[in-house]
Write a protein that binds this ligand. Structure first.
Ligand SMILES: Cc1ncc(C[n+]2csc(CCOP(=O)(O)OP(=O)(O)O)c2C)c(N)n1
Ligand SMILES: [Mg+2]
Length: 787
């Protein structure tokens, strides 16, 4: 791999300081950032009182690895519109940089990894120093930048964001082991399809992961891979000192030696220092006079410095490479670095979680010239004066406009979404019709909706919406089938005006896109109402990316359909069981499972507001393909409120009733039949329809803590103290069985506990115990056993 042929030099920077001065000050800041990140971790582990005996942790080696790259980026290269996903374990470097820029407090650094302090891994929601993208689960932050680039194009091409400033670069500072995560490659492919622009991935190529030294063979293919996806690859391999040595007598032999040096040997020699280098170079190249002279001309320390002079730690090489890129082509910088550079355990394969001990820190502190007691001083130990550094910091472009949390006006949501009329329909069909109706109008709401699906657009009933609103593409592309007059129900015109982003089948990408779309307001200042559809069971396929999107407080509406064993003939591989529990447990996501389409219309309407509310969140609607008889009823304010709160009595119990059937989603018709049958024997029995176990549960816990009464307690209040509840849903029974704890009622929970299989609804409901007979049996058990 050839080192960067980066052209434009630092001198071209529009800054009053001479290039040489800038570089000198940047190198001072690099030292400072290395010091502060190391000290922050040291302080948390060795100085702050420890109450529980747990290792606090932190990654000094991983941080040191990117000190140069991140210093160059944040203090020189980035602009306020640029957005960055920092590799998770470089969090201390990020916080140190913000501290230097006056955007992070001392208190937060002193409480790194403690309650209320700076977070272990950069967090949009928990940190206060303007983190762009949270990271932590390796690979996800990297991929998110690609989807953020796509969203940036979407909102700019539509004029939904301010286009008076140039587009920002979406930057990922990537740990090399992150490239072992498959989601990165899924994202690369999808990014290529969408021709994403303004994307930089800066790979911290220290050839070390957590456990080990990274395979040599891997990287010989990585640059090819990026190039195949249309990326520019800039390899930052050797620093200026080494380049000078290569240019000297027998320098080419030295270059070949180091090029061929296996990662593990290079790492080991980095750890061992000058003596080790001398021994190996003498053994392998000592016969060459130029090399003998090179060795003689360096003492051990100088030799070590030269041999570890990789470009990722060479400020001038790094600046040159970054500033050479002026166009919007996605660019991957492969920056050779050393894990733990400048620290005593540099290069050691076990250094990932290694911490300097007290005496190592004392030596390091002396070498940094930081006096005892001045450890947190922003200017201690630097050669430049405080005034000079402060003057420089005042010119840093990235910090020119302070924190960059953008706002966009709310999109008005109509009082009601019309319910598509039908005697009998499924929630999935209703969903498609509601959206299609919205697409036909010209409301602000419809203009701000953006849909997406991982190759299940048509089968989740988004077809009507897409036919009307078109597919998004940076370039207008015609619908060939249409032009060729091939009859099709799908009209797939692609253009920058389109409002549907079609993805390949990769649920991880889908949830990453939901995350990026759902952050359009704070990141790009554009209001979007993203709706994503996928098959309910495949939520599990992208679960970490879903969790990641929620962790960042992204706002989107997830429409998961079809669901459960109700998907009958499709069989067990497509039938979801545990997703209602995901809905119950996932923070940042409010889950609903409507049965009737009028409920769905209410919930979608509520969702559009909730997605925009400051204290709102994302919404999950679990839908079904089962056609269900629709109730003929007026949507009273009370019913509306109850649907949103999580449940209502379809048949209210009489006061002191001994039994209630509690049902949710596709199996409600079975519950209605069973309820009708038992009314003869238990005349006052109630039938409760749950629209959101999640909301009922959350409000129950909240009310308990507040000593108040929750909606579910109010609902169950008419029942006798020793009444029985039979709960039933097409999903795991634990979703509703907790209802027994609300007022200490006896519960007979029905649901699906085992993998489904092919069949029709009557057979499957019978085998899995969801049909009306099973409900009646459960009622009988409850009445007979009284437990
Ligand atoms: C999904 C996931 N799995 C495992 C981990 C634990 N982990 C943290 S860092 C790391 C390796 C990081 O290596 P690299 O990306 O090369 O960064 P470096 O420490 O070398 O800077 C692992 C496996 C994680 N954070 N996320
Ligand atoms: Mg690494």
């Amino acid at each position: 791999m050839a080192p960067s042929k980066a052209g434009r030099a630092v001198t071209a920077l529009p800054n009053p300081l001479r290039a040489a001065d800038r570089q000198r000050l940047l190198m001072e800041l690099e030292r400072k950032v290395l010091w502060l990140s190391s000290w922050t971790i040291h302080h948390a582990n060795h100085i702050r009182p420890n109450r529980d005996g747990l290792k606090v942790g932190g990654h000094q080696a991983s941080s040191a690895s990117v000190a140069t790259l991140m210093t160059a980026l944040y203090f020189d290269v980035l602009r306020p519109q640029d957005r960055v996903a920092v590799k998770p374990h470089a969090s201390p470097v990020f916080h140190a940089i913000q501290y230097m820029l006056g955007q992070q407090s001392l208190d937060k650094l002193q409480n790194f990894r403690a309650l209320g302090g700076a977070q272990s891994y950069p967090s949009r929601t928990k940190d206060t120093d303007d983190v762009d993208f949270s990271t932590g689960s390796v690979g996800l932050g990297v991929a998110l930048t690609s989807f953020a680039a796509l969203v940036q194009d979407y909102v700019r091409l539509k004029g939904l964001a301010d286009t008076s400033t140039p587009p920002g670069r979406m930057v990922a500072v990537v740990g090399d082991a992150e490239l072992d995560e498959g989601n990165i490659f899924e994202a690369l492919l999808e990014g290529w399809k969408h021709d994403v622009r303004n994307l930089w991935w800066v790979i911290d190529y220290n050839r070390q992961s957590l456990d080990a030294v990274v395979s040599d063979r891997l990287y010989s293919h990585i640059d090819q891979l990026f190039q195949n996806m249309g990326w520019r690859v800039v390899t930052l391999k050797y620093g200026k000192k080494l380049e000078r040595a290569f240019a000297g007598p027998d320098g080419e032999a030295l270059r070949h030696w180091i090029d061929a040096c296996p990662n593990s040997l290079y790492s080991a020699l980095v750890y061992k220092g000058g003596e080790g280098w001398r021994k190996h170079l003498t053994g392998d190249l000592g016969h060459l006079p130029g090399i003998r002279a090179f060795l003689a001309g360096h003492d051990d320390r100088g030799l070590h410095e030269a041999m570890t002079n990789l470009a990722g730690h060479d400020m001038s090489s790094v600046l040159e490479a970054f500033h050479a890129i002026e166009d919007d082509q996605p660019t991957c910088f492969i920056a050779y670095t050393i894990k733990g550079f400048g620290l005593p355990f540099a290069g050691h394969k076990d250094n990932h979680a290694g911490l300097m001990n007290e005496s190592q820190m004392a030596v390091f502190q002396r070498s940094m010239r930081v006096a005892a007691g001045s450890e947190w001083d922003r200017f201690a130990g630097l050669e430049a004066s405080q005034g000079e550094i402060e003057a420089f910091l005042a010119t840093v472009p990235f910090a020119a406009s302070g924190p960059r949390r953008l706002k966009a006006p709310a999109v008005p949501v109509p009082e009601n979404l019309p319910v598509p009329p039908a005697e009998r329909q499924s929630t999935q069909e209703g969903f498609g019709r509601i959206l299609s109706d919205l697409a036909a109008g010209d409301s602000a709401l419809a203009r701000h909706i953006v849909t997406s699906s991982p190759d299940v657009t048509v089968s989740t009933n988004l077809g009507g919406w897409v036919n009307r609103r078109g597919l998004f593409d940076r370039h207008a592309r015609s619908d060939v089938f249409r032009e060729e007059k091939v009859v099709s129900a799908q009209r797939w015109q692609m253009s920058p005006d389109g409002q549907h982003i079609e993805l390949g089948i990769a649920e991880n990408n889908f949830f990453s896109l939901m995350g990026a779309l759902g952050l359009a307001e704070p990141i790009f200042g554009a209001r979007l109402l993203p709706i994503g559809t996928l098959y309910d069971p495949f939520i599990a396929r992208g679960l970490d990316a879903l969790n990641y999107a929620c962790y960042q407080n992204a706002r989107f509406m997830l429409v998961a359909t079809p669901s459960g064993i109700t998907l009958a003939p499709e069989g067990g591989a497509h039938q979801s069981i545990g997703t209602p529990l995901i809905g119950l447990a996932q923070d940042g996501l409010t889950a609903f499972e409507p049965t009737f389409v009028d409920e769905l219309a209410v919930l979608m309407r509520w969702g559009f507001e909730y997605m925009q509310a400051p204290e709102g969140g994302a919404v999950y609607l679990r839908l079904s393909t089962r056609p269900v008889d629709q109730p003929k009823r007026a949507m009273t304010p009370e019913l509306h409120h109850a649907i949103v709160s999580g449940g209502y009595w379809l048949a209210p119990p009489s006061p002191g009733a001994e039994l209630a059937i509690v049902c949710q989603g596709a199996v409600v018709p079975e519950a209605i039949t069973a309820h009708r049958d038992i009314l003869e024997d238990i005349p006052g029995a109630g039938l409760l329809v749950v629209t959101s176990a999640d909301r009922l549960h959350q409000d129950w816990l909240g009310a308990k803590r507040a000593g108040a009464r929750s909606p579910i307690e109010s609902l169950l209040r008419p029942l006798a103290a020793d009444a029985a509840l039979v709960t039933v849903l097409d999903g795991h029974p634990a979703t509703l069985s907790w209802l027994g704890a609300v007022s200490r009622h006896r519960v007979q929970p029905l649901g699906v506990e085992h993998f489904g299989q092919s069949g029709d609804i009557p057979d499957l409901y019978r085998v899995y115990g969801l049909d009306s007979d099973a409900i009646l049996d459960a009622v009988a058990r409850a009445c007979l056993s009284r437990d």
